[in-house]
Design a protein around this ligand. Structure first.
Ligand SMILES: [Zn+2]
Length: 82
């Protein structure tokens, strides 16, 4: 599904939604954080430079932090089940 390895897809233990954890870009000297992204709604889109003269196709998705009906805290999100 969506070209994602099946073993990378996990379920939110709070609402059972299928999510995948994505390594985010590095900021400062901190380790790269992981962001849970909803599987549903992922789609390829064109991202562009500010002048909109160059682009590339990249996948986009919505953070599960903003959609989980349980309104869970970030620290508990990593407690997921297969
Ligand atoms: Zn959830």
């Amino acid at each position: 599904m969506y070209g994602i390895d099946a073993d990378k897809i996990v379920r939110c233990k709070h609402c059972d939604a299928e999510i995948v954890f994505v390594l985010m870009e590095k900021k400062g000297g901190k380790p790269r954080p992981q962001m849970p992204i909803n599987i549903d709604g992922m789609k390829p889109m064109v991202v562009m430079n500010n002048a909109r003269t160059e682009g590339a196709i990249r996948w986009v998705g919505e953070s599960h932090y903003s959609t989980c009906p349980a309104g869970i805290a970030r620290r508990t999100m990593k407690e997921v089940q297969k």
